[in-house]
Design a protein around this ligand. Structure first.
Ligand code: OMP
Length: 273
């Protein structure tokens, strides 16, 4: 089963376009968890157990694990192994925004797909097609390229006019027309820019978007869903990290995360009809 098939299966099974971002900022973990042996893993495990029947994917962001050095990498590995073993139907996306020259890419690929056994990874397009190609050749994996990101300063570079159009549109065209030969490309389009999301949807046919920016970053769910759905009323992986995993800072964090995940999943579905 390739990434898109696995994603589709999870979307149908859980009736969900929601992705829970596993960004366990160590300083924000409840005190009772911070003191255990594998704190980020133990926190994630509870979040995963509470939300696995409500999501279409989990997305750990590498930064939160790298920040803790070898302990963090161990917790990330344990998290991925736990999902693969106990919830093999749920795809894992590693948010790492990779892509580099050839020999460096090989090492990234070994880490992400060899060591962690992840299903999809985020990449930036800045070094060009040549540096995306080794990832594109991995036919069964999801290759998720940044197009229009959710951050306030995204336009500084992404809205520059290149060849008569905004750069993010040119990137979207490249992904769709040149880079997606193996039908394994997705792209990142932030929920904080619904107008641009609609423009990118126009360019991209039915391609699936990873859409961060609802929840803590304030993206409007209704506007996002209406702008980004494809013809099959899906084509979006809507990520929320802090808005779900840190909805409570107390020991009831998993129960509250479950409630928030259900609320957001249902709100998304309300606009899919
Ligand atoms: P919350 O703002 O806590 O929901 O987290 C959003 C997650 O999505 C973080 O892991 C970000 O690094 C990631 N993200 C964005 O917020 N904006 C983007 O444009 C792209 C990403 C990403 O690639 O996932």
């Amino acid at each position: 089963m390739n990434f898109n098939q696995k994603l589709d299966h999870a979307i149908e099974k859980n009736n969900s376009l929601l992705c829970v971002g596993l960004d366990p900022d160590f300083e924000k973990l409840p005190e009772s968890i911070r003191n255990v042996k594998n704190p980020q893993f133990e926190f994630n495990k509870k979040i995963i157990e509470a939300t696995a029947d409500l999501v279409c994917a989990f997305k750990p962001n590498s930064a939160f694990y790298e920040a803790r050095g070898e302990q963090g990498i161990r917790d990330l590995k344990m998290t991925c192994s736990y999902i693969n073993k106990n919830y093999p139907d749920i795809p894992i996306i590693l948010d790492a925004k990779r892509a580099d020259i050839g020999n460096t890419n090989n090492e990234y690929i070994k880490f992400v797909f060899g060591y962690l056994r992840i299903d999809a990874v985020t990449l930036h397009p800045y070094l060009g097609h040549e540096t995306i190609q080794p990832f594109l050749e991995l036919k069964d994996k999801g290759i998720i390229v940044l197009c229009k990101t959710s951050n306030p300063g995204a336009g500084e570079i992404q809205n520059l006019i290149v060849n008569g159009e905004k750069l993010y549109k040119l990137i979207a065209r490249k992904i769709v027309n040149e880079w997606n030969k193996n039908n394994n490309c997705l792209m990142v389009v932030g929920a904080t820019y619904p107008e641009e999301l609609a423009e990118v949807r126009e360019i991209s046919g039915d391609m699936t978007f990873l859409v961060p920016g609802v929840g803590a970053q304030g993206g409007d769910v209704e506007a996002t869903i209406k702008a980004g759905l494809n013809k099959a009323k899906k084509g979006m992986i809507i990520n929320s990290s802090r808005g779900i995993i840190f909805a409570s800072s107390g020991d009831d964090f998993a129960d509250v995360a479950k409630k928030e995940a259900r609320k957001l999943r249902d709100e998304i579905n309300k606009y899919r009809v």
